[in-house]
Design a protein around this ligand. Structure first.
Ligand code: ASP
Length: 332
């Protein structure tokens, strides 16, 4: 019997059309006729299409993530898998958010998009969609991103290319599957959720992000009382300047005010090791929390998610350092 797949279209280049005069790409309702454009999809599965909103993904935020989670929750038990088509710009953020919200999701939730609209020559849309639907029929119970022949854990990915078709990478976690002549599913890399499925909905925007760069005085960065967590995107293994500027006393002040301070790195590959250098080890002694090997997207969304779930900083801190949905390699 054919599997049932819920296809949720949210916008992005994949479904945009180009204005013939200006050349600007705009969201379109193109997807209403999707099954006529890619009839092969209905040979793979019975497809049910849902279009809750159609936006460039730069527009998306908490309420869109909540809407997606609610649609998926309402169809769990009735469908074998879910495919979400989405703009690539914030795809890794939405995938991270859904991975935390859809706790113990029992079916594949595969997000995909395209670098070129479905209607254009040499588009990657058809390929990404057909493969995402085929993989959504498999036993892969987690939130993933499929792009350019690769299936990745959603909360481990970052957009790393603007022009080429391999727009996403998963720097710190191996692929979940690869598509060639055959589909290779790498079973040991896939999550096996045990508990019951539950949707967590709350998020909080009480997060501020400071990205360091040489010459940055940081004086402009004044997180107010409404900010409960500061995420510092530092250098390499987790270093900050000690001799120049006044970052250390300012971080001390934020900690005294009860804010959580998290240390991440601008480098994508590897795990931050703040204890390797003086500045990082001072930060650890002060109570700054390292982001481990999480991507920036996974760490920022996780903080907003935990700030939404909990008031008590110890609970946020404790949960941030645990893997909630495979986004972090826990040290044993
Ligand atoms: N600006 C588009 C979006 O994120 C880019 C894309 O889909 O590739 O919606």
């Amino acid at each position: 019997m054919k599997k049932k797949i819920l296809l949720i279209h949210t916008g992005g280049t994949i479904g945009m059309t180009r204005d013939s005069r200006s050349g600007v790409l705009r969201p379109d309702h193109f997807y209403a006729g999707l099954l006529k454009v890619i009839p092969e999809l209905s040979t793979i599965a019975d497809i049910e299409v849902e279009i809750p909103f159609v936006f460039d993904s730069a527009e998306l935020g908490f309420q869109h993530w909540q809407r997606l989670a609610a649609i998926i929750q309402s169809r769990i038990g009735a469908v074998d898998g879910v495919v979400v088509t989405h703009g690539t710009d914030t795809l890794a953020y939405t995938a991270s958010a859904l991975s935390y919200m859809l706790h113990n999701v029992p079916v594949p939730v595969i997000l995909t998009g395209a670098q070129k609209p479905l209607g254009e020559l040499r588009s990657d849309a058809r390929n990404n969609l057909i493969n995402a639907v085929e993989l959504a029929c498999a036993d892969i119970p987690e939130v993933c991103i499929f792009f350019d022949y690769q299936l990745m854990r959603g909360n481990r990915t970052s957009k790393n290319h603007i022009n080429f078709f391999d727009a996403f990478h998963s720097p710190n976690y191996p692929l979940l599957a690869e598509v060639g002549i055959n589909i290779e599913i790498y079973r040991p890399n896939i999550l096996h959720p045990g508990g019951h499925f539950h949707v967590f909905n709350e998020f909080s925007s009480a997060l501020a992000v400071l990205k360091l760069f040489p010459g940055c005085s940081g004086g402009y960065f004044q997180p107010g009382d409404d900010v409960r967590a500061v995420l510092i995107v530092a250098y390499g293994a987790g270093t900050i300047p000690l001799q120049t500027g006044e970052l250390l006393p300012r971080i001390e002040a934020w900690l005294r005010q009860g804010k959580l301070v998290v240390l991440d790195s601008e480098a994508h590959g590897g795990r931050i090791e703040p204890q390797l250098y003086e500045s990082g080890s001072r930060l650890l002694e002060m109570g700054v929390i390292p982001a481990g090997d999480m991507t920036f997207e996974a760490a920022a969304v996780k903080l907003m998610f935990l700030l939404g779930q909990y008031d008590r900083p110890e609970l946020i801190k404790g949960n941030f350092q645990k893997s909630l949905a495979g986004e972090l390699t826990e040290l044993s």
